[in-house]
Design a binder for this molecule. Sequence first.
Ligand code: NI
Length: 141
Amino acid sequence: MAEKVTRIGVSLEPELLDAFDRQVDRVGYKSRSEAIRDLVRASLVSEKRASDEVVIGSLTVLYNHDEVHGAEDFVDIQHQAQHESDLDVTATLHIHVDHDHCLEVVILQGRAGAIEALADKLLALKGIKHGQLVLTAVPPA
Ligand code: NI
């Protein structure tokens, strides 16, 4: 069954449309419509984040095994946040990258502000070499 859609008209300045079309080609979208749908979804997720609604976070961190495992703060902070903040630590994935380094992905569900606060605490730990939080949410369509 075909997905129900509503057509809308959008007016853009020629220069803006040219730049957008180049981006659509570069990224590999099949149509302007698909690119615009993604922009709208990203904007809706951004709004949820700004208004502290429930979102899903994936925090990726690369850390030095000895410094972070040794302190155990990385796990303790997650336990504490789950019990005291408005979020759940849904899953973690751990990979032993090499002799010294581990990669961990922590999936978090809850209020955007609580997830960002937890991510900030974890990323500030000694031994964290790099990390990034990505927030997403189920879009309306
Ligand atoms: Ni490890």
